[in-house]
Ligand binder design. Structure first.
Ligand code: SF4
Length: 239
């Protein structure tokens, strides 16, 4: 265990934990959009920056990437942190001026406008969807492609992906709601910012409800070696 100070409070933490994890465990708020405990930290949104002091050296670091150390002093909301965070938030607000989640977070951080040129995007390129698809689902169907202003999250060449199973995990984790999915009749529609795909849903043998993408169920059957009829019934109709 190590002892560190966050915003004047002495806290203990496991070695190897990040500042963000320790702050969350101690109910100390640090804003973030791109972190999720299910995947490795990535440091994309930078909103979680904090000021750390070791000896005489003070610097700004991304708290999702920085591991705690004995004697570390952390300020989560110093004037230096707050002004840098407001500038980052202004950039995000300029990129996604019509996104409610970005607007709400900006407001919470005291940012109600932006001096940067406005775009009209929904995706902040945090790659949380990409990392979830690769690290949690295990298929790597999507990635960040292109450069500069053309950078986007998409399937390879914007074509339908052979490996996407239609699970919707990318939509669940998206912090801005830029990805969505909808089940209509026997079809699931996944919409990413630049393209989308359709998946046939499996019909429950007992109640007749369409309940999950066939491709996702086949994937699970193969991955954990279940009987081919393991998902013939929906969860409600299983014994
Ligand atoms: S729906 Fe496709 S892209 Fe999204 S997480 Fe599932 S497998 Fe990956």
């Amino acid at each position: 265990m190590v002892t560190l100070t966050i915003d004047g409070r002495k806290v203990q933490a496991e070695e190897g934990a990040t500042i963000l994890e320790v702050a969350e465990d101690n109910n100390i708020y640090i804003p973030t959009l791109c972190s999720n405990e299910a995947v490795k930290p990535y440091g994309a949104c930078r909103l979680c920056l904090v000021e750390v002091t070791r000896g005489k050296r003070e610097r700004l670091v991304a708290s999702c990437l920085y591991e705690v150390e004995e004697g570390l002093v952390v300020k989560t909301n110093s004037e230096r942190v707050a002004s840098n965070r407001r500038m980052l938030m202004e950039l995000l607000l300029a990129r996604c001026p019509n996104n409610k989640k970005i607007q709400d977070l900006a407001h919470r951080l005291g940012v109600d406008g932006t001096s940067f040129e406005l775009e009209d995007k929904q995706c902040i390129l945090c790659a949380l969807c990409v990392r979830t698809c690769a690290e949690v689902v295990g298929v790597s169907a999507i990635s960040l492609v292109g450069r500069g202003t053309g950078r986007a999250m998409a399937t390879p060449f914007y074509e339908p992906s052979d490996v996407c199973i239609g699970c919707g995990s990318c939509a669940y984790v998206c912090p801005t709601g830029a990805i969505s999915f909808e089940d209509v009749g026997d079809t699931r529609y996944i919409k990413w910012p630049k393209n989308g795909m359709e998946f046939k849903l499996k019909k429950c043998k007992t109640c007749g409800r369409y309940w999950a993408p066939e491709k996702q169920l086949d994937y699970i059957i193969k991955k954990v070696n279940l009987a081919p009829d393991a998902f013939d019934n929906c969860p409600d109709c299983r014994d």
